[in-house]
Design a protein around this ligand. Sequence first.
Ligand code: ADP
Length: 381
Amino acid sequence: MKSINRLSVRLFLSSLAVILIGFCVLVLAIQLSLPLTYGRHLGLMEQMMSGEAPMGMMGQGDGRLGSGRAVELYDGFRAGVNEALVYAVLISAAAAILLSLLIGSRLVAPIRAMTRASQRISDGHYAERVPVAGGDELALLARSFNRMAARLEQIEAMRRQLIGDVAHELRTPLTAIKGSMEGLEDGIIPAEPATFRQISQEAERLSRLVDDLQELSRVESGAYSLDRKPVRVVDLVGTAVSRIARQYEGKGVTLTADLPTELPAVMVDEDRIGQVLLNLLANALQHTPSGGQVVISACAGEKDVVVSVSDTGVGIAVEHLEHIFDRFYRVDKSRSRATGGGSGIGLTIARHLVEAHGGTITVASEGENRGSRFAVSLHRG
Ligand code: ADP
């Protein structure tokens, strides 16, 4: 039963069936028409040869056979035709086998290759690809199969990278907490408020990281809804500035909002875009030494409004600019940690949120210690 289901066998059986049907039609047609046509032709020949010795009664000239030698002749002729038909059916069957083998190998080979490749991929070998030849439907299928395999490989690589990154990020605070606890237990580290504060800070970092990861997974999977409505840019900026103003004052960094009087509204989810602006302002504060300046400004384009956050801080070297929105990317990991910085997820989340609004977020910097400028472009409301 299984072998009947194989494509090459089916191909062979179908070509054989076509040949057999053709053959049956041929035999039927010959058997029905042969006596008549044979008799008629023999009659005609008799007329043409009239004057010569009669061949028994030969044909009747009207298509009917007479008797005697004519019937014998007819039987002999029929036996000859039948024999030729048997040869024909044998040769056709051989041709059917050859044809189905030929077509089968061309048709079945790529399908088998794809079956093998998909089994290897499901076993975890994501680099598996199938050869593509020609431009027929099978080649199209092979191409789209390879595209699918490449995408799966990419997703798998991202998954591995993510697990590796998360493990790495979790390990650092956990190791610090464990080390401090062991030191306390052994009496090497003194049980004083500074030690407990340090442990608590690491625990806090851990909890922030988990929150960030949760938020990242939410925005990456798109498991959130946007409540978009026209919002005044002045309100957006005003809310973000008022939420962080105290921290700016605390560090001695000047924060200025520089907005034109006439600004169109933008079509956004107020909370989400507010979160993005707050994140940019927090980053600017973190990377700007006291005495520095941060300016949040906006300007209207034809279809959008661009809100920018510029600082006079440490800036970003050109080689880091293109990675700044990547997951877990930090320009200076040790500096970021030492200054209580995040895990390099904030800008990734910001980019997802802005892009979910159909907008863009870009970064520019003249280089190290020459400040940075982040610009968010949003559709007008
Ligand atoms: P984090 O939570 O570590 O701040 P982000 O994704 O917000 O992560 O930022 C990624 C990295 O980009 C930061 O670690 C920092 O190195 C760099 N960065 C972000 N904003 C600024 C800025 N205004 N000036 C200089 N570097 C910045």
